[in-house]
Design a binder for this molecule. Structure first.
Ligand code: CUA
Length: 340
């Protein structure tokens, strides 16, 4: 391999390795995503062949013309030339139809195969996901109403078990997309849509709303945490329990600030008077990795900035600014930080 070809290969390999990671179609974590990846490579391969073919044909035409720089077009082409050219164009048109038809058939086969994975979801874990401008509401239903769990923007799933999402939207159309696990599925207000997938290895996979849904569409992310079944069961048990009681006087004052500032009109904290439904449930807020649908890491500093001035980090979101005095804010942070 020449030095140039070696450099080109290194560059291509480097570019594609950048495509692996926590939010990539090229790093599938389950069978549905693996089918989509296979189809991606088929399209990439066929497109590369077509690109090489067209480029070679163009270079040949340029080279051919340069062999005869002063040649004039012939007024009467030799007999048979038009016919030959017609045959070449006809063959290329037929080839194009065959290639595009083949890709269409492969797309259909991929779609059917992914749908077939979902057919045997008898023991699938059902999770309801509701899209809001601009966050994700997540429900883990249970036949016993007291065992329902509600969270937001972070979905935990057990490794090796099929998950069936029931998708709905509260306001406008959103689209659920976690590239490492499955294809996109629209969430449409008033219409139940489903998406089934399975994670075969543990990991944290980043998802993103994939349908333009307003000003902060780009900051409507989510995390899917795939973990061993025992860890998942422990997590779900924690989510089902009501919020931790304030452990000291400071957290007690923080809860009082939370209730006095009417946070509970929009947010719920199970076990307190706060039962709002129009914003993320905060019962186990401190256990989540991010704030504001992955827009910010979940640290006390970011949480403080978010409470005081949420419009700077995510302009247009529905949370108003809060003019808290520093002591109240400290107490409130102590309380929210205890909600594990
Ligand atoms: Cu929700 Cu874009």
């Amino acid at each position: 391999m020449s030095a140039k070809a070696g450099a080109a290969w290194t560059l291509l390999a480097g570019a594609l390795s950048g495509c692996r990671g926590a939010s990539s179609v090229l790093d599938p974590a389950g069978p549905q995503a693996a089918r989509i990846e296979a189809y991606w490579w088929l399209i990439a391969g066929v497109s590369a062949l077509v690109l090489v073919g067209v480029t070679l044909a163009m270079l040949y035409a340029v080279w051919h013309r340069r062999q005869r720089p002063h040649a004039e077009p012939e007024p009467f082409p030799p007999p048979g030339l038009e016919h030959r050219r017609g045959r070449i164009v006809g063959t290329l048109v037929a080839l194009t139809v065959i290639v595009l038809g083949g890709l269409l058939a492969a797309s259909f086969a991929t779609d059917r195969a992914i749908a077939a994975f979902g057919a045997g979801y008898g023991d699938a874990l059902q999770i309801e996901v509701i899209g809001h401008q601009w966050w994700w509401e997540v429900h883990y239903a249970d036949p016993v109403p007291g065992r329902w769990a509600v969270t937001a923007n972070e979905i935990h799933i057990p490794v090796g078990r099929t998950v069936k999402l029931l998708l709905n939207a509260h306001d406008v159309i959103h689209s659920f997309w976690v590239p490492n696990l499955a294809g996109k599925q629209d969430l449409i207000p008033g219409y139940a849509a489903y998406l089934t997938f399975r994670a075969d290895r543990a990991g944290v996979f980043r998802g993103q709303c994939a349908e333009f849904c307003g000003y902060q569409h780009a900051k409507m992310g989510l995390l899917v945490v795939a973990e061993p079944p025992a860890d998942f069961a422990a997590w779900l048990d924690r989510q089902r329990s009501p919020a931790a009681l304030p452990a000291d006087a400071r957290q007690q004052r923080g809860l009082a600030v939370f209730l006095a500032r009417d946070c509970g009109f929009c947010h719920a904290v199970q076990g307190t008077g706060a039962a709002g439904k129009s914003a993320p449930d905060l019962t186990h807020l401190a256990g989540r990795q991010t704030l504001a649908a992955t827009a910010l890491p979940n640290t006390p500093g970011h949480l403080a900035a978010w409470i005081v001035d949420p419009q700077t980090a995510k302009p247009g979101n529905h949370m108003p600014p809060h003019d808290l005095d520093p002591a109240d804010l400290e107490d409130l942070l102590a309380y929210l930080g205890s909600l594990r």
